[in-house]
Design a protein around this ligand. Structure first.
Ligand code: DCP
Ligand code: MG
Length: 596
């Protein structure tokens, strides 16, 4: 957790050359847009800077000489610059937004593809909210940089350059006087940036706290309500919310000081123009037109200056975001695929574990020296107390996690030498908690696989006994599954997940039996369904039902990460060991429902 906290606190430099180079690599495919944007920026910058100069000509050359035709020409020119500025601005905005959207589209795809490939180990450590934030908020702040940030920095700089150019050509001494406040401006900006940067870090930190608190509590809402903890949770939330508010107010405070201060500086330079320039006009060393043009230029000058300090924040946010995005992209928690994978073909389904050691965290072994063999077509039941390592056996057989020592074989082939996708093609897993996706019943059975026909879907549903209840739904197989199947019962969801496993007709079936109790009628359905599922294929069942255990060819008894006993129900009972005790404690009282 603390590691991720740090993630959100990444403050980053406002400009980091290495990060920027990597960011710019995303811009490369859109070089054309960038060139166009820069050209349009130059035009957009020069058009307004010409206007005060035109004003000066109007006053000094035409008004002074009472040249009415000249005035009309100037007026037409002024109007022309205004109109063309509007047109160019339109294209500029359009193309830069387009470019920004295209770039972040690419980044989002890359992020999603990367996250899909990450090993489950990564998700054990990373809260979902954080990954979602990367793909949404962080990418969005990059968009801001690409579309409004970077490009308009150019136009701000060009505007300033043009203003300087016109000011110095008209009167260099007045230009120097006007710009004498600039050192103060630089110093103020420097202080402002530093303060805002600190405040910004606080804001991010408190926002991250707020988000993870919200996420946790929405996920666990039923628990909160069951135990009537709403009031207390609200109090905790309010305190976090309050910290966040205060952090925001602190950051706004600096803006509230800085912007009026810039206004003040701008007023001072106007005062300087009127005092120094006015004096020169009186002494006839300066024309009135130049004085008025200078007043207009000063007004124009401060807007890009103010914008630039805002851009600084955009840049800084984007840098921090890109650092977090790249950190995610650089996370290489993959389950390694062999370079020259062995092809699994005509799998019969024999499974063998040879001296397997496994740990989720280095050194903390949850599976210790496990060896067993399941022949093709056999059903093996794994039993053991909670935390004994049953689910872990499944996790390593499907290569969600890699083992530390030993080897696992399917039909005599070491699975670490097989491509993960190839391996998983032969294995179907039905998990303890059924996960349904948004979509239809049909798409939840086929998981969108084009290889599975409608007929196969319906057959699978019929075999596991899900067909009847599906046909009673208003939309039948096209019924929309809402919110992870919240409108279906636990038993119904299980039947759907059985159908899903069966539709793939796997050689090896793994079933983590749910412990949740269901009514007798559904229980009969499910027992039947399980019998169907296991028929004719190698199966490993983490069994909680006595019926499943009794029907198994082999029972593997796990105890604290070790495989303690192997045998049939009768053999193990006769042994009077761990299984015997488990049976007395857990299974004996289960009524075996005769399904036929
Ligand atoms: N464990 C872990 N990290 C995970 C999953 C589990 O550190 N991502 C630990 C918790 C247990 C041990 O591994 O101490 C074995 O967990 P299993 O999930 O294999 O336990 P079972 O499946 O046997 O338990 P249950 O019957 O409760 O499902
Ligand atoms: Mg388990």
């Amino acid at each position: 957790m603390s590691d991720h906290r740090k993630d959100d606190e990444i403050l980053g430099k406002a400009y980091d050359a290495k990060l920027m180079r990597r960011l710019l690599s995303y811009v490369k495919p859109y070089k054309g847009y960038v060139t166009l944007a820069i050209l349009l920026n130059i035009v957009v910058a020069i058009l307004p800077s010409v206007r005060p100069y035109l004003t000066k000509i109007a006053i000094d050359d035409y008004i002074a000489n009472k040249d009415f035709d000249g005035l009309i020409t100037i007026a037409a020119l002024l109007l022309g610059t205004l109109l063309s500025q509007a047109v160019v601005q339109y294209f500029l905005t359009y193309f830069t937004e387009l470019m920004g959207q295209k770039i972040i589209f690419d980044i989002r795809v890359q992020l999603f593809r990367h996250v899909e490939r990450l090993a489950l180990k990564f998700f054990d450590k990373t809260p979902i909210g954080r990954i979602v934030t990367r793909v949404t908020n962080d990418v969005e702040s990059l968009n801001e940089m690409f579309s409004s940030g970077i490009v308009s920095v150019f136009s701000d700089i060009f505007v300033i350059i043009w203003i300087f150019f016109f000011m110095f050509t008209m009167s260099w001494d007045l230009a120097l006087v006007t710009l004498s406040v600039i050192p103060i401006l630089f110093y103020a900006t420097f202080l402002f940036r530093k303060k805002v940067r600190e405040a910004y870090r606080d804001v991010r930190y408190h926002l991250a706290r707020l988000n993870s608190y919200m996420q946790e509590h929405i996920t666990g809402m039923n628990v909160v309500q069951l135990f009537s903890k709403e009031e207390e949770e609200l109090k905790k939330f309010s305190s976090i919310n309050n910290d966040y508010k205060n952090a925001n107010i602190r950051s706004v405070f600096y803006y509230a000081i800085f912007f009026p201060f810039v206004e003040l500086l701008s007023a001072i330079s106007i005062g300087l123009i009127i005092w120094y320039g006015g004096g020169e006009v009186v002494q006839n060393t300066l024309t009135l037109g130049v004085l008025i043009a200078f007043l207009q230029y000063t007004e124009m000058f401060w807007r890009p200056v103010r914008d630039l300090s805002e851009k600084y924040n955009i840049l800084q946010t984007a840098m921090a975001s890109s650092e977090r995005i790249f950190k995610l992209l650089d996370d290489k928690t993959f389950v390694k695929n062999p370079e020259n994978p062995v092809k699994l073909e005509n799998v019969k389904g024999e499974i063998e574990f040879k001296n397997v050691w496994f740990a989720y965290n280095p050194g903390e072994y949850v599976l210790k020296d496990i060896s067993f063999k399941i022949n093709a077509g056999e059903t093996a039941a794994i039993v053991g107390a909670t935390g004994a390592g049953k689910t872990s056996i499944i996790n390593i057989l499907t290569r969600f996690y890699d083992i530390e020592k030993g080897a696992i074989f399917i039909d005599g082939v070491d699975i670490s030498k097989v491509d993960k996708r190839d391996l998983r093609r032969y294995i179907s897993v039905v998990l303890q908690d059924v996960y349904l996706f948004s979509g239809t019943i049909k798409s939840n059975i086929s998981l969108g696989s084009g290889e599975i026909t409608e007929e196969q879907i319906i057959n699978a549903a019929k075999t596991v006994g899900a067909h009847d209840f599906i046909m009673k739904l208003p939309g039948k197989y096209d019924e929309i599954v809402k919110e992870k199947g919240a409108t279906l019962s636990v038993g119904q969801k299980q039947l759907i997940s059985f159908a899903r496993a069966l539709a793939y007709n796997p050689k090896i079936l793994i079933l983590d039996e749910a412990t949740s109790s269901i009514d007798t009628e559904t229980e009969i359905l499910i027992q039947k369904a399980i019998e169907e599922l296991l028929r004719g294929r190698t199966s490993i069942v983490i069994a909680h039902r006595l019926s499943t255990i009794q029907n198994a060819d082999k029972i593997l008894v796990m105890h604290k990460g070790e495989l303690k006993e192997v045998g049939t129900h009768q053999e193990l009972l006769a042994r009077k060991g761990i299984y015997y005790k488990l049976y007395q404690l857990q299974y004996k009282d289960q009524e075996v429902i005769k399904s036929n």
